[in-house]
Every structure is written in C-alpha cells, then in structure tokens.
Design a protein around this ligand. Structure first.
Ligand code: SF4
Length: 762
C-alpha cells in the first residue's frame, strides 16, 4: 500500500548503532528495494518502472553513471537505483495546496529528508518579493519574470546557469547554447564539486578528461585498484563487474580510510550462489590515512622504477614525455615519510607492489576520496604515472577509471556545460548558430557562490540538483543565495534550495526520467553518457506526474524565446517540438557525435564515444604525448588532539537526496548526525561510544566553523581519521578550501576538534 509522506519530521536524530556489516547486497537489498518501491509507487507501478529501468527500450536510471553491459538482465538495477526510481516515480504529490499550507520559513525548518519525501511538484510556483509562501503561476508568467530579471541585468555575467548531472544531453546542449547566445559562460555544474580534479589531471596527462576503460576492460583486468571509492553504496552494480573480474582471476586492492562492506564481500542477488555465499572481493585492503594517496602512489612508482624490467620501456619511449624529471622526483620518495603520510605498514606497501608487478593489465578506479582534497590533481596525476610506467593505458583490460556520480554528469560536460570551454568548441558552436559566444571564462561553483555573496551575480538558475545542500560553507552559501534578485529551480521534487531563495523565486517542475515525454512531433527520448563514455537513449514510460509539467528542453527553449525574443535566429521552437533536431546540431558541433540520430537508431544499446588514448594510444596533450608529472608530495598534517574528517554519504543517500535515515552497511539506523571515530582516538579524546560532540573545523586564517550535536560512534576508521555525512557537515568546509587547479571543494579532508556536548533534545 503506497504510504503517505511523513507528516512531521521523523524522530529527532537518535541513531541506533550495531557493528558494521561485511557483505553488501544479497537478500536484504531485495527487501529494502521492494519495501521502498512499494511505499512510494505501489505494486503495479513498481513493476512498470523496475522492469524498464536501464533496459534498451526503457529509461536510464536517474542514479549514478555506472554503465550497462550489452546483455541486459530482467532486473537491470541495484537497490539504490530502485530507490532513485521510486523517489522520482512516487505517487506522492506536492500541489499548490501544499505550498499554501506551508510558509517558506516553516519549510526551511524541515529536514532535507522530510522535504524530499513529500513527492513530485505538480505546478510551477512563484514566491513574489516579500511574500511568505509560494503561489501557483502560469508558465507564461514564469518565463516573463525570468525575462524581466535577466534582461534587467547590467551584464550577462550577473546570471548563473547551474546544471546538475541528471540533466539530459539535449537539455544541456540547449542550456549552454542559450547561455552563450545570452552572453555568458557562467555554467557551473556539479562536476565542479566531484570529478573536476580528475578532468584537470587527465586532460593534462593523457589529453582527455574521461576514463579510458569499458566494462569489458574491467572484466579483463588482472589487477583492479579501487581508491577513495565506496561502490557498494555509490555505484552498486560495479560490484557485479568486480565479481566477474574476480571470477576471471583478477585481484583487487582497495585503498580507503574506511572498511566498506561492498568491497569486502558482494552477495549478488542475481545468482543463488551469490545470494547465499557471495564473493569476497578485496585481496588487499590498504586502510590509508585520509589524503595519503599521493604519497602511496609516489612510493609505488619509485619501487617500480627500482625493479629491473618492470618499466614498459617501449611504451615510455614511444608514447610519453617527462619521464626523466618524473623518475628523479620519484627517486626522492621516502619510506618513513610515506608510512607517516599513509598510516600503512611497509609490509602492506610491499604486498601492493608485488601485486602491481605481477599484473599485466591494471585498472585504477577512483571517486571523491581522491578528488576532494587540496592536492587531488597531483594525486590523480601520480595514479596516471603508475599506469604509464607499465604501459597500462590504451590496452585491453588496462587504464584509468574515474567513476562518475551522477547519471549524465559526463554527458553535460561533453555537451558544453563548462565555464572554461575549449575555443574549438565555441568556434564550432558560433559557426553552427551564427552567434558570437563570449570567450572569457565563466564562474565555476565556488566562484558562483562568491559572486552571489559579493553581489556580482543577481540571477541564479538551476537545472535540477539541490545547490545549497550540495555546496560547502552552508551559512555563507545560504546567505549568498538570499542576496540574489531571483532564484529559479527546475526540479521534480522539493529540496532545501527551494526554501533558501533570492528576493523572489520560481520553482519550475519538470518531467523525470520515468515520465513519458510527448512534444509536437510525437513521443521523445533523450540521451545520456555514462561513466565509460557510452551514449544511449532514455525513454520514460509513465504518464507524467502532472499535466502541468514541461520537459527540461521545453523549459530552456521557452526561456530562450522569452529572454532573447525575435532577435534570436536559433530555432528554439523546432528544438522543443523534436529533440532529433537538437541531436542533428549536436552532431555538427560536438566531436564524436557525427550521424547522432542514425547511430542511435542502429545501436539500441548505445554507442561508445571515441577516446584517442584508449583507441589509438594517441595523446592529444600539449606535448602530443602522455605526460609524466613530478609534483611535490603533499598530505594533510594534523595537530595533536585533532582528527581529519571526511564528509561522505550514507547508504540511504544519493548525493543530497536522503532516501532514509539508515546506513545499514555501517550499522547505523534512524539518524544521520553521527561521527565515526576510531575507538583509540575517541579514548584519547575522552569520548565514549554514544557520547555527543560538536565538530569544530579550524582553519589557517584562524576562523572556525561548528556543526553541533553529533553522536560519537566508535568505528574502525584509519587512525586519526573521522567521517560524517554531508550535507550536515558541509558547514565545516570554507568556500576557499578547495583543490589546487580544479577548485573543487576539499570536503574530504577537514581538520576538526571534537567538543563533548549534551545530547540534543528531541
Ligand atoms: S549502479 Fe547506478 S546506474 Fe546502475 S542501477 Fe545502481 S544507481 Fe542506477
């Protein structure tokens, strides 16, 4: 029976804690999947959606960007994919009546979980200046308000057009086209906060900011290193690929400050053997100190260089640049410093070396655990150094594998959603549309918040996402958002960004992935690009959640017509009527998409984009070769009596969407304000398991930030390291604490002190 949304905010945060689990998925995953699906969708809708998700004639999972194999299973989804689908295809509705009953100030007191559980927004809503609650507005009026504010700006650069990774290729291409015809490159996106460090490091070293492996490569690898990633929760079907690789003889090294159930054992619900016994995945668990990865890979590089015959000299000679300088720097790597930086033992590193040397086909996978540190770009470069040394790029079963978080975050970037676009891309765009795109770089996410804070930016437009919960320095970001003249969110469901508004605000409800999309020319489909560069179609199959919704492409084309008016020669109406017309233009502007529509028709499962390093061992870098690099080794130094905190997701969470208050693999139920601390560190700080503490981050400028009332959980973290969930801990990370070069918020290494405090009252 479909359940009603929670009336009140659930019990205050009184989490129950049991020992962490050592296996992921299995029967419990099926149980949770069906329970949540039933609660949100009921039985019939559950079947209609879950049998279509990730199928070739179905819709793409609105969860992460993990690829599908060519052969599709009946159930081609994981527990968290099912949760993402259920949340979007829910039968719960947020109507104008809801907004009439709930003033914005009251909604701002509600948890993100409660807001998200209210259901799909059914009509465009407007918050007039000075009003205390949203009111229904017609689409025409909504676009008129947008045009009023945008055309009143003294510069197009006072506008910000943010994109979350759920946005389809077609909508992303249209949004960047509109922004550039309007006159700005202010196109911040969620990639700025997640894999920007990967893009920066890979573009410099191999010439393209994307992973170089396919699913087949993962199945063929004989060594897979999973660093700074928790696939059991964040990319669950990756476990199936790891299981398949293991079955083929691969060995797995996981590098992580936390033991994660999904990397210990995978109970594959698709097979009886999997369900009962499961497969042990990790062969070597390196429980590294937060931020110690660069030091680890640097020492491994030194040891490989010192091992006779270990270097693929022909590959190095034929395809690389900068070897000598790199080898000299690697030669400086020091055991003592590396052990201090990593917290690992000599034996563990020597074991890892043995596995690296025994491997002929090595893949390194990573996620936020490598990308959200001050020295993330040099860290990822060091990973590339290790792969280049043994020729593990551009060969089957080998390569780099940054695993993307959001389902189309890579596609959005490919479509031109980038504040620092390549001149060649703008040249092609201008030639195709007869526009003159701005050439000065725009604002990324952090720079956008600074611009709002400083009054430089006045209009904020977001295509999906939950900006204020996804970004750092919560108090600063929320105050900055409130300085805007107008904030606009294209959304499917309620979230905190709807209640932290500018002087006036709009909520523009849109179709979800599961919704059927019918335009003038008939039923439409959109496309996405997964983490491995496969582009495929997505067709919703459910009646839209409301007759008042517009698709993402329709919203962009109508905004463009309202703002640009008759002066624009871009055929916005044609693009709204038929997305194939958008794809024809993409085919002429974006390399790799030639004959886009024809190739989609010929390949129901999608097609792979070209990747020169993978396909031809050709490296389109500044040197025309793969670049070794030799950055100085960095790692966080933590004062006595302080801990190094990483912010992370629970298992009932996807980015800022909170599906529930449990994190069952880590043994936590019914609450999110918890801080995981090693028992010996807690003892040294005088904090019993179950005690409460405020987390206080300390910064070199003398400033501090406080997150109050966290339940201390004694947990087998790496010594000196702690962990807690975001968005609750985003307040601890100053805007200026970012990775060098990529400007990605450094949310994975925050020096904190824990101040014991009373248990928050319910
Ligand atoms: S692995 Fe990712 S894309 Fe696949 S079903 Fe799960 S959440 Fe969705």
């Amino acid at each position: 029976m479909v359940s009603k949304p929670p009336a009140g905010d659930p019990v205050q945060d009184a989490p129950q804690v049991t020992p962490p689990q050592h296996a992921a998925a299995g029967l419990p995953a099926i149980g949770h999947t069906l329970r949540i699906a039933q609660e949100q969708m009921g039985a019939v809708r559950t079947a209609r959606t879950l049998l279509k998700v990730n199928q070739k004639d179905g819709f793409d999972c609105p969860g992460c960007a993990w690829p599908e194999g060519d052969k599709r299973h009946l159930a081609e989804f994981c527990e968290n994919g099912a949760k993402a689908v259920a949340e979007e295809a829910t039968l719960r509705r947020v109507t104008p009546g809801f907004f009439a009953a709930h003033p914005v100030a009251e909604l701002a007191e509600r948890s993100g979980y409660w807001l998200g559980q209210q259901g799909r927004i059914t009509q465009p809503m407007y918050l007039p200046e000075g009003a205390d609650r949203y009111e229904p507005v017609t689409w025409e009026r909504a676009f008129a308000i947008l045009a009023e504010e945008l055309t009143a700006l003294s510069s197009p650069d006072e506008a910000l057009f943010y994109t979350s990774g759920r946005t389809s290729n077609e909508a992303a291409f249209l949004l960047q086209l509109f922004a550039r015809e309007f006159g700005t490159n202010n196109l911040p996106d969620c990639s700025n906060m997640c894999h920007e460090s990967s893009g920066s490091a890979l573009t410099e070293t191999i010439g393209i900011g994307k992973g170089s492996v396919s699913l087949e490569d993962l199945h063929r690898a004989d060594l897979i290193v999973v660093a700074g990633q928790n696939p059991g929760t964040n990319h669950p079907r990756m476990l199936s690929a790891l299981e398949k690789a293991k079955a083929a003889g691969a060995r797995i090294i996981s590098v992580n400050p936390l033991p994660e159930a999904g990397l210990e054992r995978f109970k594959n619900p698709q097979t009886p053997q999997g369900m009962l016994k499961g497969t042990a995945l990790t062969d070597l668990f390196l429980q590294i100190r937060i931020g110690g990865d660069q030091a680890l890979f640097r020492l491994l590089n030194k040891l490989v260089l010192e091992t006779p015959g270990a270097v693929d000299e022909e590959f190095v000679r034929e395809h690389t640049h900068g070897f000598e300088e790199f080898a000299a720097a690697a030669g400086e790597a020091d055991w003592a410093e590396t052990l201090a930086a990593t917290g690992l033992s000599r034996a563990e590193i020597e074991r890892a070396l043995e596995m690296v040397l025994a491997s002929e086909r090595t893949i390194v996978c990573w996620a936020m655990g490598l990308t959200q540190h001050k020295h993330s770009v040099p860290t990822i470069r060091e990973v590339v150094n290790l792969l280049l040394l043994r020729g593990n790029i551009g060969r089957p079963g080998a390569g780099v594998c940054p695993v993307r978080g959001h389902s189309n975050v890579q596609g959005d970037r490919t479509m031109g959603i980038f504040e620092r676009p390549a001149p060649a891309f703008l040249d092609a765009l201008d030639k195709e549309f007869g526009i003159v795109s701005p050439r000065h770089h725009g604002f990324d996410v952090v720079r956008s918040i600074q611009a709002l804070r400083d009054g430089e930016a006045k209009v904020f437009f977001a295509m999906g996402g939950n900006f204020v919960d996804a970004t750092p320095d919560t108090e600063v970001t929320e105050a900055a958002m409130r300085r805007a003249r107008l904030t606009v969110h294209v959304s499917t469901k309620l979230n905190r960004s709807h209640v932290v508004t500018g002087a006036r605000a709009l909520i523009l409800p849109t179709l979800g992935r599961t919704d059927k999309d019918v335009q003038k020319s008939g039923r439409q489909f959109v496309t996405v690009e997964d983490s491995m560069g496969l582009v495929h179609a997505s067709r919703g199959n459910l009646p839209p959640a409301s007759p008042h919704l517009l698709s993402e492409p329709a919203i962009v084309t109508r905004m463009a017509r309202a703002v640009l008016g008759e002066a624009s020669r871009t055929p916005w109406e044609d693009f709204e009527a038929d997305y194939a017309a958008v794809r024809d233009r993409i085919a002429r502007v974006v390399p790799g998409f030639e004959d886009f529509n024809a190739r989609l028709a010929a390949n129901p499962g999608g097609f792979a984009l070209p990747h020169a390093p993978r396909d031809e061992r050709r490296f389109p870098t500044k040197t025309g070769r793969a670049n070794f690099t030799a950055a100085p080794v960095e790692y966080p130094r933590v004062p006595e009596g302080r801990l190094l905190l990483q912010t992370l997701r629970s298992h009932d969470q996807y980015n800022t969407t909170i599906y529930g208050l449990d994190d069952r693999y880590r043994g936590i139920r019914g609450g999110r304000r918890v801080v995981l601390v090693h028992p010996e560190d807690a003892a040294a700080l005088g904090l019993a398991d179950g005690a409460y503490a405020d987390l206080v981050s300390e910064w070199t400028d003398g400033s501090e930030r406080r997150a109050p009332g966290f339940r201390v959980v004694h947990y087998p973290t790496a010594r000196g390291c702690a962990a807690a969930y975001y968005p609750e801990t985003n307040v601890l990370v100053p805007l200026e604490s970012t990775a060098d070069i990529s400007n990605t918020p450094a949310s994975k290494s925050v020096i904190v002190r824990l101040e014991e405090s009373p248990q928050p009252s319910a």
